[in-house]
Design a binder for this molecule. Structure first.
Ligand code: DGJ
Length: 729
């Protein structure tokens, strides 16, 4: 059992193979947080807490004359607003009388075998690869209006502890939830760095590491999606932690909407981490008898550096978050029409592209934006999910049949949440678009968004998408979204519930994705939001891969995929070889380098093969063979970052290794070229030190490859790349 109790049932110790997490009900019924870190002796770690007379930090009434008891200084499991703890709270509630000071006390607990799931929300699940237990601790509001159920899922072999929160109103009044964070962890001491992932459209998840200093450091999104700008994944580490050594703690939010991630370093040098729904666009009216569920956070810990923390998430997300057939089946190598032809195609052009692609060994042809309604540019047509047979020159099933006749599968693009004002749908149902009555809406890419918080709107779109999907043989769907939400408002909600619209929107997206998955269990669904604007663990529950970025430049992609790799496995990163010079940057890179980069993802092409010369076509055939050969190693092997592309001096390297160390694949791209330049030595990882390995016909001891490394000679060509297979002898 991974959940241990003391005799008095006041100390809760959660253990995974390498991690420990502990809470304690104290003498006043406050749930303290007492430990999160390396698994060790089961002991009451509350002895570490300092009790001192803290000026201006206040003492709860219950503590009587005990001036050394102050919530402002105590490590708490679920701190509340207005109750003498002046740090950022996990919970803020407006009571029926208008007050908002909240006090929670321990009420009860339950332990259940297996991992909990959450209604309408993504959650990790236990498979055959891990034991799982659930602990539910119930806190009660001291004014007896509601319960706070804290959920903990302990996934032992995965080394993950998940958290989620359910608030249950058992009073006769409505209460208003203003801020419900999903996870809070208080560290008593330590000098930490915060690792976050920032960016913008076409430059997502750039890795950033900063020391935590006094005050608040935060990332977040109020864009209605998790966003290109910040990712809902945080790492806290010791200052000296490196890729391969030291303590680090991961917090991944399984949610695709507004989020807030906060690190607060306080007056006593304590650090609080909070992760949950961003409170700015959120107020939830909780009626008597109702529950509110705050989404899940997956927490992980490693004492051996950032690389091993990432690999914990890679395994858990690949095996215990992604679902369905495509979690373990080899995914087809695809060609997407977007950068090849954009909106400028007809049925014959698509078939010509598919025919050329089939000859190269591509297995799936994806028809991107432009096949429906009046959609020859991005200014019109969104919402009208009817095939434009005039543009295609035939029915969709005819296109699909012709593609299948080439021995390929067929896929299709949708943007279910989008609507152009120039569309039949908007002309019929303007109130279905998100906008505030009487206020001109903020447009983005000439479009608005549909109110996915409404079931009637979702049902309509679902039905029309299904009509298209049922009209032809379609094996793949790309679900795109091309703007952030603004003017958040739902015509279907009363004024006092408008604060629910943003979260209800996300629940609506999940609801429809769940229905799609149920109805088309064999269909591969790829998420996308103008590239990686909704690349988060929440989406991965519904779509096992997500288009990583609209930036297809291989060199830019190194940094985007590097940042993404901290929290997400390569099997989830949509990555394609595109044409040269690159459409976004004009950069010229060798075809081989574009392939090496795209192979460290789901791998596909996004160009018009008719524009390729015979030499390149042969190279593409070889790349596809190569990818299939190394598929298992790349998709299911352990991933190692060898260098950081933003600071690498010459070559940037990364590597895959089989779990048992029997084989590996080294990939590297020359980022800088200098005449008469220095060499580069890449130290391999994940091999067996006592074994011998063959590298390009030469034999090396495993420990030599890992400790001394391999010499990568100075680059002779700008952006040249290598991909080296290494096998145990
Ligand atoms: C944005 C996506 O990221 C692209 O791949 C493409 O599908 C376009 N939208 C189409 O409008």
């Amino acid at each position: 059992m991974a959940i241990l109790l003391n005799d008095a049932n006041t100390l809760f110790t959660l253990q995974t193979n390498h991690m420990m997490y502990q809470m304690k009900k104290d003498r006043y019924g406050v749930l303290l947080h007492t430990c999160f870190g390396k698994r060790g002796s089961v002991f009451d770690y509350s002895y570490l807490i300092t009790y001192a007379d803290r000026g201006f930090s206040g003492n709860p009434y219950d503590a009587g004359d005990e001036r050394t008891y102050s919530l402002d200084a105590l490590p708490q499991e679920y701190p509340t607003y207005g109750n003498g703890d002046y740090r950022s709270p996990a919970l803020k509630v407006f009571y029926p009388d208008g007050s908002f000071s909240c006090e929670l006390k321990f009420l009860s607990f339950k332990i259940k075998k297996g991992k909990y799931s959450l209604p309408g929300l993504p959650a990790l699940y236990a498979g055959e690869n891990t034991n799982a237990d659930t602990l539910i601790i119930t806190l009660e509001d001291t004014r007896h209006l509601f319960y706070v159920h804290l959920y903990y899922g302990v996934l032992e072999e995965l080394d993950i502890i998940t958290r989620a929160v359910c608030i249950e109103n058992h009073s006769n009044d409505c209460i208003y939830l203003k801020n419900v964070q999903s996870a809070c962890v208080d560290y008593l001491h330590g000098s930490f760095d915060l690792h976050t992932f920032y960016g913008r459209h076409v430059k997502e998840r750039t890795y950033q590491r900063t020391p935590i200093v006094h005050g608040l450091q935060s990332v977040g999104s109020t864009r209605g999606t998790s966003s290109h700008q910040y990712n809902p994944f945080l790492i806290l580490s010791d200052r000296e932690t490196t890729e391969d050594s030291g303590n680090c703690y991961g917090f991944s939010f399984l949610y695709s909407g507004d989020f807030s991630g906060i690190a607060e370093h306080d007056q006593y040098n304590q650090t609080r981490i909070l992760l949950g729904i961003h409170p700015d666009n959120f107020t939830w009216a909780l009626n008597p008898g109702c529950c509110f569920w705050a989404p899940e956070v997956a927490m992980a810990y490693s004492d051996s550096g950032l690389g091993s923390l990432s690999r914990i998430y890679h395994k858990a997300f690949r095996e215990n978050l992604c679902r369905g057939k495509w979690k373990s089946e080899r995914r087809p190598v695809l060609l997407n029409s977007w950068e090849g032809v954009y909106f400028d195609f007809n049925g014959d052009k698509l078939i010509e592209m598919a025919k050329n692609a089939a000859e190269l060994g591509v297995e799936l042809f994806v028809m991107d934006d432009g096949w429906f309604g009046k959609r020859d540019l991005d200014i019109s047509g969104l919402g009208d999910w009817a095939v434009n047979e005039e543009k295609l020159g035939c029915s969709l099933s005819r296109v699909s049949d012709r593609i299948h006749d080439l021995g390929m599968q067929f896929g299709i693009w949708f943007e279910p949440e989008g609507i152009n004002e120039d569309s039949d749908l908007y002309r019929t149902h303007p109130d279905w678009a998100i906008q505030i009555p009487g206020k001109p809406p903020c447009r983005s890419r000439y479009q608005l968004l549909l109110d996915f918080s409404r079931e009637d709107v979702r049902n309509y779109i679902f039905e029309h998408i299904c009509r298209v999907l049922d009209s032809a043989q379609i094996e793949y769907l790309k679900w795109d979204l091309n703007r952030s939400i603004s003017d958040i408002y739902s015509a279907a909600l009363p004024p006092d519930r408008q604060g629910e619209a943003a979260h209800r929107y996300v629940l609506g997206v999940y609801d429809m994705l769940e229905k799609l998955n149920k109805r088309y269990p064999d269909m591969l669904i790829e998420g996308c939001s103008g590239g990686g604007g909704r690349f988060d663990a929440g989406m991965l529950y519904y779509t096992p891969q997500i288009w990583c970025s609209d930036d297809t430049d291989a060199i830019e992609r190194l940094s985007i995929q590097y940042g993404t790799s901290f929290g997400y496995p390569v099997s989830t990163m949509g990555s394609h070889v595109s044409k040269c010079p690159n459409e976004q940057t004009g950069r010229i890179t060798p075809l081989q380098t574009r392939a090496v980069t795209a192979m460290s993802g789901t791998f596909g092409y996004e160009l018009d093969p008719a524009e390729m010369n015979a030499y390149d076509k042969e190279a593409v055939k070889a790349q596809i063979r190569q990818f299939k050969k190394y598929y298992d190693l790349i998709q299911y092997g352990n991933y190692y970052r060898l260098t950081n592309p933003d600071t690498a001096e010459s070559w940037h390297g990364w590597q895959f290794a089989a779990e048992d160390g029997s084989e590996a694949l080294l990939c590297a791209v020359a980022l800088q070229i200098h005449p008469n330049g220095p060499g580069c030595w890449l130290k391999l990882k994940g091999l067996n030190s006592g074994s011998s390995y063959l590298v390009e016909g030469k034999e090396y001891p495993g420990d030599v490859l890992m400790n001394a490394g391999l010499l990568i000679p100075p680059a002779k060509l700008e952006y040249e790349s290598i991909q080296m297979y290494i096998t145990e002898k």
